[in-house]
Design a protein around this ligand. Structure first.
Ligand code: NAP
Length: 284
């Protein structure tokens, strides 16, 4: 019988651990404040931003909201981020993506100080990850490592196949699995014979962005399957990149959608915010 990897439960455990740690750090005079910047009123972004604010309140750190109108210019946003970089009372800066099309998101990401880059998207954070230096980790892949570890699934020596090579999921996922001593293959839209490549995996991570794409034909008997995808099916129910009902009987462990990877992203964002407090403690 396959183990259902419970992201809701694991993310709650992490937030509870962080809450305790924040209290201890606060007792020692350390503080954290997350600046959350949203441009426009995209409903999905508003939900994500509100969830991030709620998580901050839960673990006991301050969040400061900057809600800017859709017509905000790139220069205005750059100026705000530069101000937040200089503001000693702000430890983390999060600019909710996607940004309106007239703003160059890469430029905004590069403007955030690497010391406050709690999303882990800045090229300096990415570089630190690949060379094994301490730094902010991209939240969704970091959450997946926690899901595996806390479910008792070892990574060392395992064949790990990541389907997808985006900068926010696939690539940092590959770097983190490598850091855990997995043997890593990254597949993408130009991969030849994806089914054969995917079937090599002891641990298959799917971040492809296509509804229920992965069926049992892509999965080795007994593999662990992690589904990063997030979609709505024909009945308007949430579903992933993996056809869960078809794949689950062939796995030894699998994440559901919803309740798998999704809740972990915010938990790891909170971990990055607490990291700014840990750094203050190390420096004091
Ligand atoms: P993305 O930027 O669209 O990247 C998709 C990747 O899949 C690309 O590297 C693409 O290859 C590859 N791909 C597309 N079609 C393929 C095919 N037929 N065969 C093999 N590879 C294929 O997506 P993303 O931002 O990484 O997100 C992936 C999924 O995760 C989405 O459903 C997204 O909503 C979800 N997501 C969830 C969370 C969460 O917190 N749960 C966070 C982030 C993303 P090429 O590079 O060759 O184009």
């Amino acid at each position: 019988m396959s183990q259902l990897i419970d992201g809701k439960k694991i993310s709650q455990q992490i937030k509870d651990e962080l809450k305790e740690e924040v209290q201890r750090l606060k007792d020692n005079g350390k503080n954290a404040c997350l600046a959350v910047v949203q441009v426009g009123t995209d409903p999905a972004s508003t939900v994500y931003v509100n969830n991030k604010k709620k998580a901050c309140a839960y673990i006991g750190i301050e969040s400061r909201a900057y809600e800017l109108p859709e017509e905000t210019t790139e220069e205005e946003l750059v100026a705000l981020v530069e101000r937040l970089n200089m503001d000693d009372t702000v430890n983390g800066i999060l600019v909710q993506l996607p940004l309106p099309v007239h703003i160059d998101a890469d430029r905004i990401i590069r403007t955030i100080s690497p010391d406050k880059d709690v999303d882990g998207f800045h090229p300096v954070s990415v570089g630190r990850l690949w060379i094994g230096e301490k730094g902010f980790l991209s939240c969704t892949p970091a959450g997946i490592i926690q899901l595996l570890k806390r479910s008792g699934i070892g990574i060392e020596g395992k064949e790990c196949v990541v389907i997808g090579r985006s900068n926010i999921v696939g690539k940092p996922m590959a770097a983190l699995l490598l850091r855990e001593n997995g043997t890593v293959t990254v597949a993408h839209s130009r991969t030849k014979d994806l089914k054969e490549v995917a079937k090599r995996a002891d641990i298959l991570i799917v971040a492809i962005g296509k509804k229920k794409f992965i069926t049992s034909e892509y999965v080795k008997e007994g593999a662990v399957v992690i589904d990063v995808g997030m979609h709505r099916d024909e009945k308007n129910h949430l579903c992933g990149d993996v056809d869960f009902d078809n794949v689950e009987p062939h796995t030894s462990a699998i994440t559901p959608v919803p309740g798998g990877v999704g809740p972990m992203t915010i938990a790891m964002l909170m971990d990055n915010c607490v990291e700014t407090m840990r750094t203050q403690e190390e420096r004091s």
